[in-house]
Design a protein around this ligand. Structure first.
Ligand code: FE2
Ligand code: FE2
Length: 170
């Protein structure tokens, strides 16, 4: 992905925004699902996204100590960052299938984001850290894909087990 039109400062702010929205989606979904295994996985995803936010915020402070971090309020659609809009919209979605499906797309894009930054920076430490985060986002994609495939395959059975049920309201 070519992110050249963005400054590193902008990229970090956009990344932080994306991580905040992602954490929100996974945390809210984890609170709603009843299946303990899925709940655990979603809580794990939320924790990792929160860690990513922290890492990016620290990096921002280190690289731009004079600057104030300004996050985009309402995520507009940016072709290079579909994940911001996807995660933002998913905070108001209740359907587990839609959440898994769209979060998969967002995670792929997040992976691409970190990989692209790693190619832009010269600092070896930041480069490595970005590649490491790209790896984690790839892992998130795989976790979601597994859950999604299980849901497709064992849907009837899992409904009985309250797998995909949020609660009586849905
Ligand atoms: Fe992340
Ligand atoms: Fe992620």
């Amino acid at each position: 992905m070519n992110l050249k039109k963005y400054s590193l400062e902008e990229l970090l702010a956009l990344g932080i925004k994306s991580e905040i929205e992602a954490e929100k989606v996974y945390r809210m979904t984890a609170e709603r699902v009843k299946n303990p295994f899925l709940k655990n996985r979603l809580e794990g995803l939320a924790k990792e996204e929160d860690k990513h936010r922290e890492i990016l915020e620290e990096l921002f402070k280190k690289l731009f100590p004079e600057k104030e971090l300004k996050l985009p309020e309402n995520p507009e659609f940016l072709p290079e960052f579909p994940e911001i809009k996807i995660f933002h919209e998913l905070t108001t979605t209740n359907d587990i299938r839609t959440i898994l499906e769209k979060a998969m797309v967002a995670e792929k894009s997040a992976e691409d984001y970190y990989r692209s930054i790693s190619e832009m920076v010269d600092d070896e430490y930041i480069k490595k850290m970005m590649l490491y985060m790209a790896k984690i986002e790839e892992g998130h994609y795989k976790i979601l894909k597994n859950e999604y495939e299980d849901l497709q395959e064992f849907e009837g059975m899992m409904t009985d087990m309250n797998y995909a049920e949020f609660d009586a309201r849905f």
